[in-house]
Design a protein. Structure first.
Length: 577
């Protein structure tokens, strides 16, 4: 590709590379081996969440090198940097999970600060594990520079006794082990077989859900999220993403030109039809918030309600991300949605083309196995459902993918636990009864703090064969790998005096995912009397440090659990300074 000149008079990097006053700054750049030509080209941040915490992130460093080649090929100067990741598979089921959702904000903040501090003109962001995907996309929208997202790719499925398995199977094997249904040796064999390569969890858990979102929302090149992490083809997508960022810079197409109300709706459609993670109900509002858009849990659930579920992925279904990729990936899924008029085709994408133009290029059709034709879906409504009622006035969310319609209404007496550890200990010793609604409170964003996921508890229930025989509700979250009748994001949370704080053992709770309702059999007067007698939020041990700070700043769950005023309040756009 021929070198092409860029006018830097309006680009942020002019503040560090142009004019006599910037000689000291340029000397730092020369120290790193840059040529004079490279210094005066646009500077493109190549941000990764690389670390040695988990397989989700381990390949990002290598993939970033491919991105840098693309940036250089298109006359840009790449500047690689890293930020943190908290990996949920490692953090799950203990105090470490409190750091997970807070890490989303830290990722967005640190990417923003790095870009601001060094005056980079555009960004290509690579992420692998759950919160790093929305965190990276939030930073892109906040900065509003030309932006391209690329997913690090999924893990290959493990094989055990002739079947594909994922880390979800290991969590559920723990439940079986507690129930005496498998031996120490079998558990050890499963844990060693489940995760055979680099890459993020293979089911339609949060990482792959948000990877699909990255394409549907337009920030990632079409089909770039599909190939598993070990595939060499990921390098080609990396190089293409670097070139795409330079094309966007040349055309001044920025993140908020791509992330609009319509593109958020497209993203929610893809979450619904793939039976994606309930965490999308938290992350889509948070991404919208960065653009100054009001796109709340209610809005997400409204789209879920009338979107057919037609992609058969774990945990509710049978296949993993590698299978979706081989069936044609997100482009084929969106092509099916388009047939039913459920896609806004005029939304801009990272390629510089509209979604409709991109879909016109897709020749493959639904295979009928992984991706069903939209005319004959698995179910007529989305795999994720919003709930509202006197137990959750601000809403709640439940994944129903894989749950039969007759099992989507549940009524039973409450069994209340003040935190996840208490519930997990009770589940281990079968300290609950069939037909009960297990209530785990004080796990919201502020009250936890950190809004932990409950996979250890829900997987233990599934492993004991009780996934359909009890229900579970919480003001915390669930992993995308959770299955069973599990309601999360109940708002207001207990720490804010929501009704979930007032529930007592034996109160009768009804969850109706068919009609989108959740209620406790108490009158308004009874709830008011309990609120008057409520002793206030439970005191936590987090009285300083980052989790204390997060608890002070974090807002309501239905708005995305965000920690700053967002795009609606800003008085400048970084890219225009």
């Amino acid at each position: 590709m021929l070198k092409r000149p860029f006018d830097k008079t309006k680009l942020p990097s002019r503040h560090v590379t142009e004019g006599p006053a910037r000689a000291p700054h340029r000397s730092f750049l020369y120290a790193m081996g840059l040529t004079e030509e490279e210094i005066h080209q646009p500077l493109v941040g190549v941000a990764t969440c690389w670390n040695e915490a988990a397989p989700c992130n381990i390949a990002l460093n290598r993939q970033a090198q491919a991105v840098k080649l693309g940036v250089k090929e298109a006359s840009g100067t790449p500047r690689e940097f890293t930020t943190i990741t908290v990996t949920d598979g490692i953090a799950m089921g203990h105090e470490g999970m409190r750091a997970s959702l807070a890490s989303r904000e830290a990722i967005a903040d640190t990417v923003e600060l790095t870009m601001r501090g060094h005056c980079y003109d555009a960004i290509v962001g690579l992420a692998g594990c759950d919160k790093s995907l929305p965190g990276m996309m939030m930073a892109m929208v906040r900065l509003n520079v030309p932006s391209v997202f690329i997913y690090g790719g999924s893990i290959m499925p493990g094989r055990y006794k002739g079947k594909d398995i994922t880390v979800q199977d290991v969590f559920e094997a723990v439940g079986k082990h507690q129930a005496g249904a498998n031996s120490d040796e079998e558990l050890r064999a499963i844990e060693k077989a489940a995760c055979p390569s680099a890459g993020a969890c293979g089911g339609q858990f949060t990482a792959n859900t948000m990877a699909c979102v990255s394409e549907a929302i337009g920030l990632a090149l079409m089909n770039s999220s599909g190939a598993p992490a070990p595939y060499e083809s990921r390098d080609a997508y990396g190089t293409a993403s670097g070139i795409a960022a330079m094309h966007l810079l040349e055309q001044n197409i920025r993140a908020r030109d791509i992330v609009t109300r319509k593109s958020l709706e497209n993203a929610a459609r893809v979450v619904a039809c793939t039976g994606g993670s309930t965490n999308a109900g938290l992350h889509l509002p948070a991404i919208a918030h960065e653009a100054g858009l009001e796109f709340y849990l209610d809005d997400v659930c409204e789209i879920f309600r009338d979107t057919p579920y037609f992609v058969d992925l774990k945990p509710g279904g049978n296949y993993v991300a590698k299978d979706l990729y081989e069936a044609g990936g997100v482009p084929v899924v969106m092509k099916e949605l388009r047939k039913a008029g459920l896609i806004h085709e005029d939304c801009m994408t990272a390629s510089g083309r509209a979604i409709g133009e991109e879909l016109d290029l897709i020749e493959r059709e639904a295979d009928g196995k992984v991706i069903y034709p939209i005319e004959t879906p698995i179910t007529q409504t989305g795999g994720v459902v919003g709930l509202k009622g006197n137990l959750a006035p601000q809403g709640a969310i439940v994944k129903v993918a894989g749950i039969a319609a007759e099992d989507q209404v549940f009524t039973g007496p409450a069994r209340v636990f003040e935190c996840e550890e208490d519930a997990f200990e009770a589940v281990k010793i079968r300290g609950y009864k069939e037909g009960e609604v297990i209530v785990i409170r004080n796990e919201g964003p502020a009250g936890g703090p950190g809004m932990r996921e409950m996979l250890a508890t829900t997987a233990a229930l599934s492993g004991q064969g009780m996934g359909k025989k009890v229900a579970l509700i919480t003001d915390g979250r669930f992993s995308g790998a959770t299955r069973g009748f599990c309601v999360g994001h109940v708002g207001p949370e207990a720490a804010h005096g929501g009704p979930i704080a007032l529930v007592q053992d034996g109160d009768v709770i009804t969850i109706d995912a068919v009609n989108g309702a959740i209620s406790v059999d108490l009158t308004d007067e009874e709830l008011a009397a309990r609120k008057d007698a409520w002793s206030g939020p439970r005191e936590t041990i987090y009285a300083s440090g980052s989790l204390w700070k997060y608890a002070q700043l974090v807002g309501e769950t239905y708005k995305g659990a965000v920690t700053h005023p967002g795009g609606a309040a800003e008085k400048h756009v970084y890219a225009d300074l």
